[in-house]
Design a protein around this ligand. Structure first.
Ligand code: UTP
Ligand code: MN
Length: 615
């Protein structure tokens, strides 16, 4: 029966209208097109086919139907997307694999949470102590209202008694982890605590965090346990509001605590979210990056905060996000900082945030007394280890080069007026860096500078979670990439074929990605003949050098060679896409109706068929 609903939803949902809520679309022939809501771009490569009910971005490769769109954009599970779509059409959604019982269990939990929130909110009105507390912490009444804050009274029987008065069975509240059953019977779980409702993406309360009013109470925050409607590993506090703002501001701010989110939102910094006192999980990453793949971590200004920021941000970096870390003064958290210094001061901290690796290296450097000769090698080792662990081979290479330059400068400071000694030290240190990078399985030091981290972050070489070894460099691919670009820059018909068959995702050579991006953009396409396209690319001063170098290469080009290279690049792209899908599959990210299943099946069949033929 659910299948029929799925079909009916697909048939009846106006995909253009649905997507238009997120991004303006305009008609282009039979379909619609606009700027991709899943990655940052300046020229539209996102297409929506309303008649057939699917969308696709030729820039970043996302695609699917109304279900996939909501799942990806809103970070919803298949069933959640189904519920939302069904509601729009006035249909009833039946969860996959759900008995009527299980469904009503979830619905009863939602109802209970909403009811409890109302109760706690009401109680706050007659709790002057709690109100004073909020006031002292600088929260305006509108903020308290907006975040639905409340108060759980003391006495262990407040909620329980109220439920009785409402003729609601205590079992309902027990199932929602609001009432406990102990030796002495039933009692409230939250007692004399400020109550922070935790909302799901649709803004429904699905859990609570209760903060003790006394400074020394343990635990400071008491949180709801995992429930069928509440998954800590997927929920981000504040995201139901921040999800509107994050795509607009182009990045999210990750903070540690409930109060941090609230204080920032109150100050007008509405793109802040927090995980719920737990480590960031890959599911959090998945949810958040639907809105942006740029993220600034701003954790407490103490060593624990710094460690957590580093750990959590590496997870995002490994997923190909662009991560920076903002530093707070020791002893501050975002809440205290913004209350003391205001929103502008906080914004300027965000602007000064350092890329993760810089942050790690600078932090490391501050922790070493480098005037002590014996400590220097320790510093070098540790620095090389950090660089070697970086998830992307491109950043690794760039940073190894950077580390070597930094070392050279430091050595000059260490040995003023002693050039021989400085030279010896430089060699020794650089050798050490290279050795460490190699032994860690990292790429050799030096060389490659990323031209554009964004484009590459989304490219097919993005390696997986950092626990895995770095993705192997696709050998020979650089040569194929060079070949097709040289062809595209020299003959019109080749330029057309390249722009028809390739996207920037087919390129991985750090020197060439920028050229490919420009050439394959609408602007490059519109430039006309091959030489004009070359000029259009050269207009970017960062790319001019590479283009000239490509054009000076006089090795022969022909149709056959181009065919071979195009095919090779397509195959390489498919292979890495397949790996990416397998990773997602293995991480349990696939849902029953996930179109990625079909894509994975297709890619596997295609690639296998070809290997057999080759063998
Ligand atoms: P913090 O101790 O930094 O809390 O913990 P905070 O948000 O700054 O709270 P205030 O300002 O003291 O009121 C960060 C987050 O860790 C979780 C909560 O989600 C908290 O917001 N946490 C902390 C718990 O779940 N339990 C605890 O006992 C403490
Ligand atoms: Mn705090």
């Amino acid at each position: 029966m659910a299948v029929d609903v799925v079909q009916e939803i697909k048939l009846r949902t106006d995909l253009v209208e649905l997507i238009s809520v997120y991004v303006p679309l305009r008609r282009s022939g039979r379909t619609h097109k606009g700027l991709c809501p899943f990655h940052a771009e300046k020229t539209p490569s996102f297409h929506v086919d309303g008649e057939r009910g699917f969308f696709r971005c030729y820039g970043c490769g996302v695609g699917g139907d109304c279900f996939t769109f909501l799942q990806q954009k809103e970070g919803l599970a298949f069933n959640e997307a189904g519920e939302m779509l069904a509601r729009r059409l006035g249909l009833e959604w039946v969860r996959r694999g759900d008995t009527a019982e299980k469904r009503s269990e979830r619905e009863r939990l939602y109802d209970m949470m909403a009811l409890a929130q109302r109760f706690f909110r009401e109680r706050l009105k007659d709790a002057p102590v709690a109100q004073k507390y909020l006031e002292r912490r600088g929260l305006a009444p509108e903020t308290v209202e907006a975040f639905g804050l409340g108060y759980a009274p003391p006495g262990y029987q407040a909620l329980l008694g109220w439920l009785k008065g409402q003729k609601i069975a205590p079992e309902e509240a027990e199932a929602a982890d609001l009432i406990l059953r102990g030796e002495h019977g039933l009692r409230d779980r939250f007692v004399d605590r400020l109550m922070f409702p935790i909302f799901d993406l649709e803004g429904r309360p699905v859990a609570f965090g209760g903060r003790a009013l006394q400074a020394d109470a343990i635990p400071k925050y008491l949180n709801s346990r995992e429930l069928p409607i509440f998954h800590k590993g997927r929920t981000l506090y504040g995201l139901h509001v921040a999800k509107q703002e994050i795509p607009k501001s182009g990045f999210a701010v990750a903070v540690e605590g409930y109060m941090d989110v609230i204080a920032l939102h109150q100050a007008g910094i509405v793109n802040a979210v927090a995980s719920l006192g737990t480590a960031i999980t890959e599911q959090h990453v998945g949810v958040l990056r639907r809105y942006s793949d740029e993220l600034v971590f701003c954790y407490d200004g103490d060593s624990a905060g710094m460690r957590a920021a580093t750990k959590n941000s590496s997870l995002f970096e490994a997923a190909g996000c662009n991560v920076r870390v903002a530093r707070l003064p020791e002893g501050d958290d975002p809440d205290t900082f913004v209350q003391k210094h205001g929103a502008d001061a906080f914004r300027s901290l965000l602007t000064q945030a350092e890329p993760l690796l810089d942050y790690q290296l600078n932090t490391l450097r501050a922790g070493y007394d480098l005037t002590d000769e014996t400590k220097r090698l320790g510093f070098v080792r540790e620095a090389a280890r950090i660089v070697a662990q970086s998830s992307s081979s491109l950043t690794r290479q760039a940073y190894a080069a950077k580390l070597e330059r930094t070392l050279e400068m430091m050595v000059d400071e260490w040995y003023p007026g002693q050039p021989d000694q400085a030279q010896r030290a430089r060699l020794a240190l650089n050798q050490e860096v290279r050795r460490l990078l190699r032994s860690d399985g990292g790429a050799p030091a030096g060389g490659g500078h990323p031209t554009n981290g964004r484009v590459m972050g989304r490219g097919p070489t993005t390696s997986g979670p950092r626990v895995q070894p770095p993705a192997p460099v696709r050998s020979g691919q650089g040569a194929e990439e060079r070949y097709v670009l040289r062809a595209a820059l020299s003959e019109d018909r080749w330029a057309d074929r390249v722009s028809e068959q390739l996207t920037v995702a087919h390129f991985s050579d750090s020197n060439l990605v920028g050229v490919a991006a420009k050439l394959l953009s609408e602007e490059g396409d519109a430039a006309g003949s091959a030489p004009q396209r070359a000029d259009a690319v050269k207009a970017d001063p960062e790319l001019a050098g590479v283009v000239s170098e490509l054009l000076m290469d006089e090795a022969p080009l022909n149709d056959e060679g181009l065919d071979r290279c195009l095919e090779g690049l397509e195959r390489a792209w498919k292979r890495s896409r397949k790996l990416e899908l397998w990773r997602a599959y293995n991480a349990g990210e696939f849902l029953p109706e996930d179109p990625r299943r079909e894509e994975l099946r297709r890619l596997s069949a295609e690639l296998e068929g070809r290997q057999r033929r080759e063998a």
